[in-house]
Design a protein around this ligand. Structure first.
Ligand code: FAD
Length: 459
């Protein structure tokens, strides 16, 4: 009898153990129903950029399935059992969710299927997760979760991961109609005005991007990854987020590489796994400080300044370039994520969740674990945090990591007339403000002092 593959953060056909399990379970002559459910609760919470990226990725998956991806709208606890009933499926297959809402939702869906089970004997089969090592599996010798990245990464490497699953090429798919409403949601999400320019979606595009990066940029990744003007990073985050690609696929290729670029890249993937592990261990860490010692810290709510930060009009070129890159393409370079996050939390004294929310709603790769823990790291409130007294200087950071000013000029047209590194200090140039670039909204040296005073007072 047929089996259902419920797609969520695993929108691909290759290296997909749950899909293979569904195929196996269906057996010869029976087919798999590839299902995606638009869950109104998640859809509404996602924001237009993530919705558009999801829609584009679903469309690509649908093409890979010859137009037979089944799209349904509604609470999965109703929709999944409904589909099971429609096709009289024997089992529902999925990749395991390990965090927050996903875990609670799956529990509800499973319970709803349990009610059917008495009649139909429907199985629930979880195979794999969106991570190389499932969150919760890397443990100290005492069986405790790790709180600090470096020992986690060591233990994570020692734990190891399976080799990629073979591609399910001869997939027999059952024809089942989609909801008109679900199709409409998908079309509308892509047609919205004012969306950033999205990267090409889907597994094929993701694999192509990986090949390009591996051949051209991986050897120099260690040096280039901190230089936002160089396109020296993989830009795979959005694909990993949606599961167009599994990290296991990347790690298998990386095992064949010898250079230090590959080693550094594995470490970056380990950060993604670490943050998912932290969120799994401490679900509340998504929106509240992990470091209670800073609970007394005093914050401000400067509306105009936050608006200037959001729109890239703070008068600090590196901050503004990053915030405008975010609005234009739904992605920001990692170095600049740190600089802009530090500016909001330490120069404007705003509590990190305000910034985390803004990022999540605008990033194509917006991910609760990586984003919110990245924010906590910068804010100094995280489990493995930069110390609070580390305040990024937006000007010297710019001069160091964008030494020729190319990144700033790319994203801030008002500074394009300033040559070289002078783009980082329009206030020192005679014609620095001749194209209406905004004046600095705060004095960094003063705000740094203020941040440190507040920190001392809170300790
Ligand atoms: P590469 O340099 O090519 O890295 C390869 C992969 O490693 C990335 O795709 C990503 O999956 C992982 N990775 C790299 N650095 C980190 C890191 N510090 N934390 C976790 N994973 C990492 N990453 C997200 O995927 N989603 C987010 O919402 C997100 N928000 C962030 C917010 C802040 C304030 C900060 C400081 C970092 C955030 N990051 C986030 C981490 C990092 O900035 C991005 O993963 C990276 O910029 C993505 O670009 P890339 O794929 O070219 O990275």
């Amino acid at each position: 009898s047929p089996s259902v593959l419920w797609f969520r953060r695993d929108l691909r056909r290759g290296d997909h153990p749950a899909l293979l399990a569904a195929q196996d379970a269906a057996g010869p002559g029976a087919a798999v129903v590839p299902l995606f459910v638009f869950d109104p609760a998640l859809w509404e919470a996602g924001g237009p950029v993530r919705r558009a990226w999801l829609a584009a990725s679903l469309r690509a998956l649908d093409e890979d399935l010859d137009g037979r991806l089944v799209l349904r709208l509604g609470d999965p606890a109703q929709v999944v059992p409904q589909v099971v009933r429609e096709v009289e499926a024997a089992s529902v297959h999925l990749s395991r969710e390990t965090n927050g809402y996903g875990v609670r939702r799956d529990r509800r869906v499973r319970a709803a299927l349990q009610d059917l089970r008495d009649r139909d004997g429907t199985g629930w089969v979880e195979t794999g997760t969106p991570y190389a090592v499932g969150p919760g599996l890397v443990r100290t010798k005492q069986g405790e979760p790790y709180k600090v990245f470096t020992p986690f990464a060591r233990a994570w490497r020692e734990h190891g991961w399976p080799t990629p699953a073979p591609r399910s090429d001869r997939l027999d798919v059952l024809d089942l109609p989609s909801d008109d409403q679900a199709r409409r949601l998908l079309d509308e999400a892509l047609r919205l005005d004012g969306l950033p320019q999205l990267p090409p979606a889907g597994e094929t595009a993701a694999l192509r991007r990986w090949r390009e990066f591996r051949e051209q940029d991986l050897p120099a990744y260690r040096q280039d990854r901190d230089r936002p003007a160089i396109d020296g990073t993989s830009r795979l985050s959005a694909y990993l987020k949606i599961g167009a690609l599994h990290p296991r696929t990347l790690l298998a290729d990386l095992a064949e590489e010898t250079g230090e670029g590959a080693q550094t890249f594995v470490t970056e993937l380990a950060w993604r796994e670490f943050y998912a592990d932290v969120l799994h261990q401490q679900p509340a860490s998504a929106w509240s400080d992990l470091r209670p010692a800073l609970a007394q810290l005093r914050y401000d709510d400067p509306e105009d300044a936050v608006l200037a930060w959001q729109q890239g009009r703070t008068g600090y070129p590196m901050v503004d370039a990053g915030m405008r890159q975010l609005l234009a393409v739904g992605w920001m370079h990692n170095r600049v994520r740190m600089i802009t996050a530090s500016f909001l939390t330490k120069d404007l004294h705003v509590w990190w969740p305000v910034g985390a929310r803004w990022f999540l709603d605008r990033l194509v790769d917006g991910d609760l674990a990586s984003n919110n823990h990245g924010w906590q790291w910068v804010a100094g409130t995280g489990t493995d945090a930069a110390p609070y007294f580390r305040v990024f200087n937006p000007v010297t950071q710019g001069e160091k990591f964008d030494p020729d000013g190319d990144y700033v000029r790319r994203w801030v047209p008002e500074l394009r007339h300033l040559p070289g590194a002078s783009a980082h200090r329009p206030w020192d140039q005679e014609d620095g403000y001749s194209h209406d670039y905004p004046r600095r909204i705060v004095d960094h040296a003063e705000e740094r002092r203020e941040a440190l005073e507040r920190y001392e007072a809170a300790r």
